[in-house]
Design a protein around this ligand. Structure first.
Ligand SMILES: NC(=O)c1ccc[n+]([C@@H]2O[C@H](COP(=O)([O-])OP(=O)(O)OC[C@H]3O[C@@H](n4cnc5c(N)ncnc54)[C@H](OP(=O)(O)O)[C@@H]3O)[C@@H](O)[C@H]2O)c1
Length: 308
């Protein structure tokens, strides 16, 4: 049973909460009135490790810069961008975020410029912690040699363990940098109720229309493959989402499940009550190794911005 995990100098309750879907990405663009009950429910339950970004509009606890979402949408890590976006975040929130990430790494800005810019925000008290998202292991190591990096955020779930083989997970562990796992439900595959029958079922502005894993033949193959995870959920008498989140926590990672529904927030939060035995973990690892998804996790264009 994993109820808290260490993050920098404190223990934080897990799982966290990913706020992206509230206003971005899944075709569910909630109004403030619609979003409020979800956020209040999270606070009531004690789920306080929230993740947002400049590109996902709402914000509390963690936010991100590094993409010029209010201009041309390009990845940029210039010192000027980092400072301006932090000031914009504070203005919109009315308070400072606790953790501030570079959302994507800009290969044209040297880390010698971007990391000191992030670090100076920390020293000025505009954030307590700094992090990188979807960077390479090499970048993480170099950045951490310039200033202490507290978190790396990247995709990780039983249905996407790529970062176990590209060195990111190992590097984070070696450098004692918290791994924050986004997409811990595989962006919606690892749930009991996946309501999409075809790749065309997604809303027009749902970003899964751009993800190869959710498109064409991959959609049908992955729908079938992801069903395999039901086995462990059935044995543990829990939902697929709960089994997936308990497993991510058992890897020592802070999962950020995203939902737009208070009832699912509660369901996901209850994953912290699930005890995975050594036998369960062994079975789950076998499933992870055998139930590999088909197709890339980003479009060709979006993939250019990851792993830098
Ligand atoms: N750093 C980055 O580049 C990056 C990229 C992507 C995401 N993120 C962060 O990670 C967070 C989570 O990622 P994600 O939202 O892409 O993927 P996810 O958490 O793996 O899956 C979210 C999807 O699953 C559905 N869902 C959630 N709980 C469910 C449940 N118990 N039963 C049935 N369906 C359920 C949600 O729909 P409903 O809303 O209908 O429940 C939504 O469609 C985001 O909110 C964001 O903060 C970061």
């Amino acid at each position: 049973m994993v109820k808290t995990l260490r993050f920098a100098d404190q223990e934080v309750p897990v799982p966290g909460f990913g706020a992206m879907g509230i206003s971005f990405a899944f075709g569910t663009n909630l109004s403030y009135d619609e979003a409020e009950p979800i956020l209040l429910k999270a606070l009531e339950m004690g789920c306080t490790f929230w993740d947002t970004a400049a590109s996902t509009e709402v914000g509390r606890f963690a936010s991100k810069c590094g993409v010029a979402v209010f201009e041309d949408g390009a990845v940029t890590n210039s010192a000027k961008h980092i400072k301006t976006y932090m000031d914009g975040t504070i203005e919109r929130l009315g308070f400072t975020p606790d953790l501030y990430y570079l959302h994507r790494i800009d290969p044209d800005t040297p880390l010698e410029e971007s990391i000191p810019a992030l670090e100076s925000l920390r020293k000025e008290g505009k954030t307590k912690y700094i992090g990188l998202s979807e960077c390479s292991a090499k970048t993480l190591r170099k950045a951490n040699s310039i200033a202490r990096i507290h978190a790396v955020q990247a995709e990780y779930s039983p249905f996407e363990t790529l970062h176990e083989s590209d060195g990111l997970v190992d590097t984070a562990r070696e450098l004692d940098i918290t791994f924050v796992a986004y997409g811990p439900l595989g962006h919606g595959w690892l749930v009991d109720h996946f309501p999409y029958e075809t790749p065309e079922s997604f809303a027009d502005d749902d970003y899964r229309r751009t993800i190869p894993k959710f498109q064409g033949e991959n959609f049908y193959a992955n729908k079938r493959i992801s069903e395999g995870f039901k086995k462990i959920a059935k044995r543990k008498n829990c939902t697929m989402a709960q089994a997936a989140l308990a497993w991510v926590a058992a890897q020592g990672m802070i999962a950020l499940p995203g939902t737009t529904r208070p009832d699912r927030l509660e369901e996901n939060w209850s994953s912290r009550d699930i005890e995975l035995t050594d036998e369960d973990l062994k079975e789950m690892r076998t499933l992870v190794e055998t139930l590999r998804p088909q197709g890339n996790r980003y479009s060709e264009e979006a993939a250019k911005a990851i792993g830098n």
